[in-house]
Write a new protein. Structure first.
Length: 163
């Protein structure tokens, strides 16, 4: 199983469309939908995580690789992604875990670099990929129909299949 995490809670976000498109060429990818259920990280609660935190930790441990597709908000990683990662720092699920970081925007370089840095500190094996999507209205079908994007999807799937 390969775990997919979308850093946007928006139902039709480009990042979600990217993960769904990857799923068509890499059927082992399971897109996790529990990100909104993770409470704000509080070190005082680390020994009492809620069900969503427990599920995320279990899925990361069981996954042979993780794919995170996240937008950039105000030059930063989305709060929900950073919060989820904060819950996993102490338990070490990301240590040596192949983690593909997808950047869907041409201009979102600061948050992407910050996400890679956070994962590196957590000792994940970070594998960056660009999948430049041009339109907020992009669909999975539109991504698959675009020859250059389809080629990138194949490259991502090939990398994921190597684990």
């Amino acid at each position: 199983m390969i775990l997919g995490i979308c850093g946007s809670l928006r139902a039709k976000s480009l990042n979600r469309m990217a993960l769904m498109a990857i799923q068509t060429v890499e059927p082992e990818l399971v897109v996790w939908e529990g990100l909104a259920l993770i409470p704000p990280f509080n070190p005082d609660w680390e020994d009492q995580p809620n069900e969503a935190v427990l599920e995320l930790s279990r899925l990361i441990r069981e996954a042979k690789a993780v794919v995170i597709a996240s937008p950039e908000y105000a030059h930063g990683v989305t709060g929900v992604v950073k919060n989820a990662l904060d819950w996993t720092v102490g338990s070490g699920e990301f240590m040596q875990k192949p983690t593909v970081v997808i950047n869907c925007s041409h201009s979102a370089t600061i948050a992407n670099a910050a996400l890679r840095e956070t994962l590196s500190v957590m000792e994940a094996e970070v594998i960056p990929f660009a999948l430049p999507l041009f339109s907020h209205g992009m669909t999975v079908e539109g991504i698959l129909a675009d020859e250059s994007l389809s080629t990138r999807l194949d490259e991502i799937a090939a990398k994921l299949s190597s684990y």
